[in-house]
Design a protein. Structure first.
Ligand code: BTN
Length: 252
């Protein structure tokens, strides 16, 4: 896949801009990058606070020829790519279902995938936000988030971002996306995601959905990437979209 990166100094949201380009017929591989977002968006309607040079903000247009059932696996494939990029710079990341990247149990990256119908067919925008510094975290995430600067002790200069983060990341996104599209690729992506995530099975968690919350133990992935949970009330739950938080145990 060939990537073309359009760079903005400040923009509302790289995802919103990428959605506009996709609707206008942009090819797969178009990326929107910005130094600052004024209306950055997170999963489940949340904001993604995006001060200038405090994060890496990037969105990629994809046009996958995939069975709609398999589309959620694109975010898992992207999480693998981010995980491996951060491992290459010396961090020890974990993936929290579905696609948060954690270091030391704190969130360092979030991924937001959005779909849109276009004349050329369905497009998926995959937005990636990686925290570069912790200095400007809003109070409500200061305890639960971390950054490349905090974890490596080194500030990442904007001028070096392209070489250290963007180039390896895009290469890995292309690699895992292309693997997913191959015959048998869905199983490969699920297995590779599982091998990088302590949340895959046996983790005690609280699950928050739009209308309910329950606790249980993770029990693997469904074929489409949904998370299976053995609930404390013995029922099996299949979570397609929601928030999962590790439950503290006496050993923590
Ligand atoms: C999450 O809630 O964890 C997902 C956060 C995704 C943030 C990124 S930053 C680049 C792209 N543009 C956006 O508005 N959101 C995504």
């Amino acid at each position: 896949m060939n990537f073309t990166v359009l760079r903005f100094d400040s923009i509302d949201s790289t995802n919103t801009e990428a959605l506009k380009h996709a609707r206008l017929g942009a090819d797969e591989g178009l990326c929107i990058a910005a130094r600052q977002q004024t209306a950055g968006r997170g999963r489940r309607g949340r904001n993604w606070v995006s001060p200038r040079d405090a994060g890496f903000y990037l969105s990629i247009v994809l046009r996958p020829q995939l069975d709609p059932e398999t589309l959620p696996l694109i975010t898992l494939a992207t999480a693998i790519a981010v995980h491996d990029t951060l491992a290459e710079i010396g961090l020890k990341p974990d993936i929290k279902w579905p696609n948060d990247i954690l270091v030391g149990e704190k969130k360092i990256c979030g991924i937001l995938a959005e779909t849109t119908e276009t004349k050329e067919g369905l497009a998926i925008i995959v937005g990636i936000g990686i925290n570069l510094t912790s200095k400007r975290f809003p109070d409500d995430i200061a305890q639960s988030a971390t950054s490349i600067e905090a974890e490596t002790g080194r500030a990442m200069k904007f001028s070096t971002l392209e070489t250290f983060l963007e180039q390896p990341l895009l290469k890995l996104v292309a690699y895992w996306y292309e693997r997913l599209l191959e015959p048998g690729g869905a199983a490969v992506v699920r297995d590779e995601w599982a091998s990088r995530s302590t949340y895959f099975s046996g983790k005690q968690v609280r699950v928050t959905l739009s209308n309910e919350s329950f606790t249980g133990v993770t029990d693997g992935l469904e074929p489409n990437g949904a998370l299976r949970i053995k609930r404390d009330d013995s029922q099996l739950a299949i979570v397609q979209a929601g928030d999962v938080e590790k439950l503290r145990t006496d050993l923590d």
